[in-house]
Design a protein around this ligand. Structure first.
Ligand code: G4P
Length: 190
């Protein structure tokens, strides 16, 4: 999506360790009307499918997930990164290893919120190695529900997570795919 690529070029900063800093409009300060524009694009990509739930993971996925779920008129569910006292009953979970942060955690969702009849669209702000999306797919599968696909704001294509999921038959739509980046510039996949 050209508008997102231009925004990344204008406001993104490439940090060492292959990290793109977009705190000014996605990760800390959120440009809400721009996020709604991105969500409308996701709706146009998946409007042919009978989405009944949008699923993301805390924290940064929630704003985008909210905007996307609003377009579809369905609830947003978000996975928590640790089991907390306000989740009771049966719990769906997936162990996730984050290469970016170098840590492991369990993503958890109450089984009450994803049912076998659900068609789930998974969304997140970033796709790097794809471990977070893979964990969310496991949660949907364990619930007996269907994954209709995944929508991501920014994919770091050079880390391969998106292409691995696509090669496994998951429909992954990223609004911007970075082919390469360094302090001297960012190149997008065409
Ligand atoms: P990973 O296996 O390399 O960790 O990648 P994955 O695709 O699973 O993404 C894991 C986390 O890393 C996500 O955040 C994602 O937003 C974040 N992330 C990955 N690369 C970048 C990057 O270049 N820039 C930014 N800003 N974030 C990146 P998370 O662990 O869920 O944390 P949160 O920020 O949502 O709390």
């Amino acid at each position: 999506m050209r508008a997102l690529e231009e925004r990344i070029q204008r406001d993104g900063r490439v940090l060492g360790g292959d990290i793109l800093q977009v705190g000014g409009f996605i990760n800390q300060q959120i440009d809400t009307s721009f996020t709604l524009e991105l969500a409308r694009e996701v709706f146009s990509l998946f409007s042919d499918l009978p989405v009944t739930k949008v699923l993301t993971i805390e924290a940064s996925g929630i704003a985008f997930g909210f905007a996307v779920s609003l377009q579809f008129g369905v609830p947003l569910v978000f996975a928590k990164k640790s089991r907390t006292s306000n989740v009771d009953g049966a719990v769906l979970f997936a162990p996730i290893h984050s290469f970016t942060h170098g840590n492991d955690y369990n993503a958890t969702v109450s089984a009450e919120y994803i049912k076998p009849e659900d068609n789930v669209l998974i969304v997140d702000d970033f796709l790097a190695n794809g471990e977070a999306l893979r964990g969310l797919i496991k949660i949907v599968n364990d619930a007996g529900a269907s994954v209709v696909g995944a929508a991501v704001e920014i994919e770091k294509g050079f880390q391969g997570g998106g292409d691995r999921l696509r090669s496994e038959g998951i429909r992954v739509e990223s609004l911007a795919i970075i082919e390469s980046m360094s302090e001297s510039g960012i190149t997008f996949r065409r």
